[in-house]
Design a protein around this ligand. Structure first.
Ligand code: SF4
Length: 361
């Protein structure tokens, strides 16, 4: 077998078995791309990268599903199982920080550095492919589908900057692109690839039906918190008030749960919206102040930042009480836990008109 080398030796003999490694999100496009190659008898495996910003794997785990909603699942694993292919699951979250904090090609609509992200993932996949003996890599990208990274002028940028020129096949849009090495070498039959373009999903859905693929997630579900307006605002707030564009995995996990309020520049509150978020937040109480209601049902609140001033703690308790069942009572008893100390405080819930809109991050 010939291992992938990235060399331009068009005379290279055809390997006995062509092996391809694809980027698989578990959405319809990447599933179809893998399936088109499987249909040609190519030995397909996939890779799914964990950036720390994946919506489905975290939100599904933190919040209870709505009544009647299907249980959360990992789309890429589910798709790989249905395709019958091996899935490499790779955590790139540590190296990914510099992609989010300092993207060479800038951000999309929110804090999504899609072009840098794609270059990074393609480069990682190609590195893996060469190490593991895959002959080429593929993605489910479609020309014109995403405004930042899936354009005629950005595909060559991805290929060039990821160092994969000629060795990245996009089976769903291949007929609109120059031939790649695997096509030129006769490893992949170009006539059995597609020439999809644009944002519409109908051609993909028709192909899915033709191939008998019925179990795929809705594209409206979203896959990345960095494209989410609310999430991006919370991440910007974190950077602004720390005066640095850095983050830890703990930071970005906490941005996924609870209401976030910043009543003053030096502290913020994270208030659980249901029992599952309360439980989740309680796991991060170390190094923060944890506030709970004592004599009525209410949220668990974490206070973070400079939390020492008694007047700030009092305000935090009054805000937390505002979100409790006792919000219309005269007094609510709160428990404050910090650094191993526990105290109780009886407070008047903050009236609605004193809860400032601009506190909401
Ligand atoms: S949406 Fe998120 S994961 Fe997808 S390319 Fe953009 S930054 Fe990367």
């Amino acid at each position: 077998m010939v291992a992938a080398t990235g060399m331009n030796d068009a005379m290279e003999e055809k390997p006995d078995r062509i092996r391809a490694l694809g980027l698989l999100s578990g959405g319809l496009d990447s599933t179809l791309a893998a399936r088109l190659l499987l249909e040609q008898g190519i030995d397909v495996a996939c890779v799914n990268f964990h950036t720390g910003f994946c919506i489905q794997s975290h939100t599904g785990a933190i919040r209870n599903p709505k009544p009647g909603a299907p249980p959360p699942r990992h789309d890429a694993l589910h798709a790989a199982k249905n395709l019958g292919v091996k899935l490499h699951m790779v955590d790139i979250s540590a190296d990914y920080v510099r992609i989010v904090t300092d993207p060479k090609h800038g951000y999309g609509k929110h804090l999504n550095p899609c072009l840098d992200c794609k270059i990074f993932m393609v480069a990682k996949a190609w590195e893996m492919a060469k190490q593991l003996g895959y002959h080429f890599i593929f993605t489910g990208e479609v020309l014109g589908q995403r405004p930042m990274s899936q354009r005629r002028d950005t595909f060559p940028v991805i290929d060039r900057e990821a160092g994969v020129k000629g060795w990245l096949l996009r089976p769903l849009t291949a007929l609109r692109m120059p031939e790649t090495e695997p096509e030129q070498r006769g490893w992949v039959d170009r006539n059995r690839l597609e020439g999809f373009s644009g944002r519409g999903r109908k051609p993909q859905m028709a192909l899915a039906e033709k191939l008998g693929i019925t179990d795929y997630p809705s594209p409206a579900g979203g896959c990345c918190f960095l494209t989410d307006e609310n999430y991006a605002r919370k991440l910007r707030d974190l950077w602004n008030f720390r005066n640095t564009r850095e983050y830890t995995i703990e930071d970005i996990l906490l941005l996924k749960a609870g209401r976030h309020l910043r009543p003053a520049p030096h502290f913020k509150l994270m208030i659980g919206r249901d029992q599952s978020e309360n439980l989740f937040l309680s796991g991060f109480r170390q190094g923060r102040v944890m506030i709970r209601t004592k004599n009525t049902a209410g949220p668990l609140t974490l206070m973070e930042g400079d939390t020492t001033a008694p007047e700030d703690r009092l305000l935090a308790c009054r805000i937390a009480a505002r979100y409790s069942k006792g919000k219309d009572q005269g007094k609510v008893v709160m428990t404050i836990d910090s650094d191993g100390f526990s105290e109780t405080l009886e407070v008047t819930p903050l009236p609605a008109h004193e809860l400032m809109d601009h506190w909401h991050v």
